[in-house]
Write a protein that binds this ligand. Structure first.
Ligand SMILES: CC(C)(COP(=O)(O)OP(=O)(O)OC[C@H]1O[C@@H](n2cnc3c(N)ncnc32)[C@H](O)[C@@H]1OP(=O)(O)O)[C@@H](O)C(=O)NCCC(=O)NCCS
Length: 180
């Protein structure tokens, strides 16, 4: 029985950021990302600017510790900012989804949680894709390390800015079907 309870504690889930999450206790090692989660994310949700989702232990008591988070917003881009290959047959203005932020608590780095969050973001993208379209996921990597992380999953830099990366819908579908 105690073993069963221990197992239940380890079940993780992604849920929309809410009041009962421990935003102040979250530290990913990047102050701007911590501050976004603590001070801005809920306001953005209320105003429809972006949506933030958190990874938590299902059975955690409130305030629930946040293991990691990501936020998404809709975006419009000029197809000319994509590579020639990607821009082919697209109209001048296209829409997509921006993965504005993604971070894992710093004591949990390199344990697969970043991948869990990224796959969850891809699934959210597919929900939007099936409802309103969108050519793929865009992300602004904050530095070379973050860029390496996204490249590991197939994101490619835009020709105009190597810290802005793009993952087209076909690659997302492929990753979700055959494993990221
Ligand atoms: C970037 C970050 C989200 C990665 O999260 P993580 O939980 O440590 O990553 P994971 O353990 O899930 O790693 C998943 C895969 O990515 C690889 N990876 C992780 N960090 C990497 C990096 N910096 N460069 C290249 N590959 C990386 C892992 O080796 C792993 O590969 P595998 O699936 O083949 O085994 C985390 O380091 C973080 O929160 N950093 C601070 C905030 C930040 O920089 N966010 C980026 C937003 S711009």
């Amino acid at each position: 029985m105690p073993q069963k309870r221990l197992k239940a504690l380890c079940v993780r889930k992604i849920e929309p950021l809410a009041k009962f999450h421990d935003r102040d206790g979250f530290d990913c090692g990047s102050e701007p990302l911590n501050i976004f989660l603590q001070q801005t994310a809920r306001q953005h949700t209320t105003r429809g600017i972006s949506r933030t989702f958190v990874l938590v232990e299902e059975e955690a008591s409130e305030p629930k510790p946040i293991l990691g988070f990501f936020s998404l917003n809709l975006c419009q881009i000029k197809s000319e900012s994509l590579s020639v290959e990607e821009a082919k047959k697209l109209p001048r203005d296209v829409s997509g989804v921006r993965l504005g932020r993604l971070a894992v608590a710093k004591n949990l780095h390199r344990q697969g949680l970043g991948k869990i969050l990224l796959v969850a973001a891809m699934k959210k993208f597919m929900e939007i894709f099936h409802t309103a379209g969108g050519i793929g996921l865009f992300v602004d990597a904050k530095d070379q390390k973050a860029k390496d992380f996204y490249e590991h999953f197939g994101f490619k830099s835009l020709p105009s800015n190597e810290l802005e990366l793009f993952l087209p819908v076909a690659t997302i579908q492929e990753a979700l079907t055959h494993g990221a």
